[in-house]
Design a binder for this molecule. Structure first.
Ligand code: ZN
Length: 242
């Protein structure tokens, strides 16, 4: 049995799969991985991206924050790839209980997934810092410069967890609960080096730990199955086996 057949077998025999995904899930949709060699970390800006995308920078240099945000973070036109589509299908079939993601592009929901825990928030949700009015991603990315609330003129902030900000408590609780109830945990497109990814995985006490990632991760020794391939590729091969 090769790895793809093994994964298909695991999925077939599971009822509460949780998928934990990182940047690698979205790179096939054309969204750059912050930490990959051709990702944002290696592009030239006056400040490194982790400085620009920090809470302090947002408050002090809102103009420059939004200049970067508009140019680099607009994923409103990206389309789900096979990984997103296959996971939505598994949820629909009643085999997958939740997706936990570190991505902020909303592509799991665009593919049809319902139960998604977005650890780092979403570019599709934005709030007025004064009156809390809600705005979608379209409003932010089509606005010139710093987006302002059309009701009160207040500054709008993306519901994205910036550096120095803490994760949302309800999202953490939901993700932890889903992972601890899972019979299979599939980790994909993340090297698990970014906090808090590694911590979440420790809550898993189900049967099958599967890792799909092109490069080695810290958890490989614990994994029941490790597949070093693109995640969209893996899922399309698994799907074709049926
Ligand atoms: Zn407002």
């Amino acid at each position: 049995m090769d790895n793809i057949e093994k994964l298909a077998e695991i999925i077939k025999n599971s009822e509460r799969i949780v998928f934990f995904g990182g940047a690698g899930v979205s790179t096939e949709s054309g969204i750059p991985d912050f930490r990959s060699t051709d990702g944002l970390y290696h592009q030239k800006w006056a400040y490194p991206p982790e400085t620009i995308l920090s809470h302090t920078f947002f408050v002090k240099h809102t103009d420059e924050f939004y200049r970067f945000y508009h140019e680099k973070m607009d994923c409103t036109k990206a389309k789900p790839n096979y990984a997103h589509i296959y996971l939505a299908k598994l949820e629909k079939e009643g085999k997958l209980s939740a997706v936990v993601t570190q991505n902020i592009d909303g592509l799991h929901q665009a593919a049809g997934s319902k139960n998604v825990y977005e650890l780092h928030g979403s570019v599709h949700r934005n709030y007025c810092t004064k009156c809390r009015k809600f705005f979608d991603g379209e409003y932010i990315f089509s606005s010139e410069g710093v987006p302002k609330c059309d009701a009160c003129g207040g500054l709008i902030k993306p519901d994205v967890v910036l550096y120095e900000e803490s994760l949302d408590g309800n999202t953490i609780n939901g993700a932890v609960k889903a992972i601890s109830n899972a019979d299979t945990l599939i980790i994909g497109g993340t090297s698990l080096t970014v906090y808090p990814a590694n911590g979440f995985v420790n809550y898993f006490n189900g049967k099958n730990l599967v890792i799909i990632n092109k490069s080695p991760t810290q958890m490989d020794k614990k994994a029941d199955l490790m597949i070093a391939q693109n995640i969209g590729e893996v899922f399309s091969e698994v799907d074709r086996l049926k």
